[in-house]
Design a protein around this ligand. Structure first.
Ligand code: ADP
Ligand code: MG
Length: 700
């Protein structure tokens, strides 16, 4: 293999490796032609090694393959031409003192002008008689037809920038595509040394390019088809690794000793018969899936998705009851004390008639009460404890833990979930609940080892929250409506996007908004303030006052997003609504409409943003969180929607997470490969590549 030759860059005195004489693991900062500043910028893109750089994929391609004779150039169009350079001159524009470089270009039939701004060094690069390709906007200039700030390149055997499909990379400050093309182009031979994680059998069966070839074609494609095939290959690899990790975790789970809870049909029927309502079809189906998981091999790993109020807690309660009857303890964990308290009350009313009394364990639980709860759990007299993070403290012992229910699980880290599992001898069954659904298409790709149940309908009799988009000029009318509601005894939430004033964005900061509402708009009403910078105790106090009806309006940041139950609140105002995600807006309006009173959500727009407006109207048009999650995903992309990093998942660069066809193909291939290579030791590069996925999926 290539040895490492070193060159000393005189100005920095650093040891620099020349491209072509380095390894996939070589840090980019050691490359000749990469300054510390550029290495730093690359670091921000997650690029630290040559291998990372080769996996830094173009966003799109610029096509400058079609050459137009100079006499046929059309002003207004973006075109490409081949010409000789004549008469280069550099000077300053008389009025704005901008550096200009001008040249005449000719091709034997016609001549046109070319002009560049603020690139004085070009005067030294372009020389008389040089043959170049230019690509850019054609305009009518003072000297006739002119290329305005075109990209250009000398004509040579192997064009890199102009006269071909040229990679355009995601933009980051001074790391231009031109720079990256040149650097990556020189590093491509290193790809030959990179082991291909895809086993040859899989590659052949799926008709995929080898890694090095795919990397070459994705950066320097022969044509569109080649670029597309290259991307497909890289996307397939990412999805294949994800699916492999998920499938392996699933197999391990199903073959491990979980807490087995027999499907006690009589007990389940008895519970349902005792409810003051009939279950929705969704609840019935979800409950059946959960109970079947509990009885099946290996511990359950299920996600229950459903809008706020869709009745997830009832399903969880049924699982708790059956676990209890099989002699297992259950834990129900919520992200905030308020939510935990609510669950405690609900579960108490659902389960006490069946002999299960939940305990409540919070960070604020006094030491003596806490001691008593811990004793009851460790001694095995208590079978259900509801609480917050306080539940994962070391001294909380549950020897017979059989079921863990986590509400709004995306708020908990993987490590915290892990710690709960560790409390049990057998691996407990795991049920996550969320009111922020992950679209099915994504769940398939990302949560290979998680089974998903959905509650898509609401219990009967629920009136959907009436949602309206309020443009700035209708604000006063909206306030008049708020006053009416307060007069008839109702309460109002006002949600602001940020804590600090940001005039430039036109956002009404929560403190300013509070002062304005309290002093100018509603001086006669009681207006409470709540934001994320307050101490937890203070937040609880203020929230408590609002919940007890001691305030009419609660002005808050999105801290109220999860877990406030104030049935008397019927109006949700969202300021600067276009700055929120669709799913988040939907969550927010779920805070009202919890009583028989008709509820309203007013989405205050702050500006004339067409795209933002359209999104808000979509929220007003549907009451389904599932629909909005899908839409959010399509509009903003998966990164923003589910916070992939927060979920601890590796970054997916080439794959389109919505491409369910490719995801399924990758899944089938992963299942087939695992059948042949259960220990994953037949293809070394594959085992190595799987390293990063272990921490995410493996339970042990
Ligand atoms: P979620 O946890 O999904 O937000 P909950 O389980 O807390 O919803 O249920 C919200 C409310 O709806 C509770 O008061 C619950 O008793 C009630 N409820 C649940 N299921 C039904 C149903 N099938 N019919 C009528 N009311 C229901
Ligand atoms: Mg709930």
């Amino acid at each position: 293999m290539t040895g490492v030759t070193e060159a000393r860059a005189p100005q920095e005195g650093r040891i620099l490796k020349l491209p072509g004489a380095c390894w996939p693991e070589t840090p980019v900062r050691e490359l000749a032609g990469v300054t510390p500043a550029q290495a730093h910028l690359m670091g921000k893109l997650g690029v630290t090694t040559v291998s990372d750089l080769l996996h830094h994929l173009p966003r799109r391609y610029e096509d400058s393959r079609e050459l137009v004779p100079l006499r046929s150039l059309v002003p207004g169009a973006v075109q490409t031409a081949r010409a000789r350079v004549r008469g280069v001159s550099g000077h300053r524009s008389p009025r704005r003192q901008m550096a200009l470089v001008e040249a005449t270009l000719e091709d034997g039939e016609a001549s046109v002008g070319a002009i560049w701004f603020n690139q004085p060094y070009l005067a030294g690069q372009l020389s008389e008689g040089m043959e170049i390709l230019v690509h850019g906007k054609v305009v009518w200039g003072v000297r006739g037809i002119t290329f305005q700030s075109p990209t250009w390149e000398r004509v040579r055997a192997d064009q890199r920038h102009v006269g071909r499909l040229a990679a355009v990379y995601p933009e980051t400050g001074k790391l231009t595509s031109k720079y990256l093309r040149a650097l990556i182009g020189r590093l491509l031979p290193v790809a030959e040394q990179m082991p291909d994680p895809l086993p040859p059998e899989v590659r052949e069966a799926e008709r995929l390019l080898p890694l090095a070839e795919a990397l070459r074609q994705v950066h320097v494609p022969d044509d569109e088809d080649a670029a597309e095939r290259a991307r497909q290959r890289l996307a397939f690899e990412e999805l294949f690794l994800l699916q492999l990790a998920a499938e392996r975790a699933r197999r391990r789970r199903l073959s491990s000793e979980g807490a087995r809870v027999p499907y006690d049909v009589e007990a389940a029927r008895g519970f349902v018969a005792g409810l003051p309502f009939t279950l929705t079809d969704g609840q019935r189906r979800a409950a059946h899936q959960v109970l079947a998981d509990l009885a099946g091999p290996g511990p359950m790993n299920r996600l229950l998705q459903g809008d706020v109020g869709s009745g997830k807690t009832v399903v969880a309660a049924m699982a708790v009851l059956l676990a209890r009857r099989a002699g297992f303890q259950s834990v129900v964990m919520a992200p905030t004390e308020i939510l935990a308290r609510q669950h405690h009350v609900t579960l108490e009313s659902l389960l006490a008639p069946h002999g299960v009394s939940p305990r409540l364990l919070l960070g604020s639980t006094p030491a003596r009460a806490r001691r008593e709860i811990l004793d009851g759990l460790a001694g095995g007299q208590d079978f259900l404890v509801v609480g917050t993070h306080a539940l994962i403290e070391d001294d909380v012992r549950l020897n017979r833990l059989g079921l863990v229910v986590v509400d709004e699980q995306q708020r908990f880290g993987v490590a915290q979930r892990q710690r709960l599992r560790l409390k049990a001898r057998a691996i407990p069954n795991f049920l996550a609940m969320t009111a922020t659904p992950i679209p099915r298409s994504l769940a398939l790709t990302l949560y290979g080892d998680v089974d998903v149940s959905e509650l898509r309908e609401m219990p009967p009799g629920r009136i959907p929250v009436e949602t309206r988009v309020v443009p700035p000029d209708l604000r006063d009318e909206a306030y008049a409506f708020v006053r009416d509601q307060v007069r008839s005894g109702r309460q109002v939430f006002v949600i602001c996007p940020l804590i600090e004033e940001s005039d430039r964005m036109g956002v009404r900061a929560v403190t300013t908004e509070h002062r304005k509402l309290a002093e100018e708009v509603f001086p006669d009403l009681r207006v409470e303030l709540l934001h994320g910078r307050m101490k937890p105790r203070e937040k609880e106090e203020r929230m408590g006052r609002f919940a007890r009806g001691e305030a009419d309006l609660l002005v808050a940041t999105s801290v109220v997003e999860v877990g406030v139950d104030v049935p008397n609140a019927t109006v949700m105002i969202v300021e600067g609504a276009e700055r929120f995600g669709l799913a988040q807006l939907h969550q927010l309006r779920g805070r009202v409409g919890r009583s028989r009173h008709r509820a309203h959500c007013l989405l205050f727009e702050s500006g004339a943003d067409e795209e933002g407006s359209r999104r808000l109207r979509a929220v007003a048009a549907t009451s389904s969180g599932f629909e909005l999650a899908e839409l959010d995903l399509r509009l903003r992309g998966p990164g923003d929607v589910v916070g992939l990093r927060q979920h601890g998942l590796p970054e997916v660069r080439a794959a389109d997470l919505l491409d369910t066809v490719l995801a399924r193909r990758a899944r089938d291939a992963a299942v087939a490969w695992l059948d042949r290579d259960p220990a994953l030791d037949r293809h070394e590069a594959l085992s190595d590549a799987m390293g990063g996925y272990r921490a995410i999926f493996d339970l042990d």
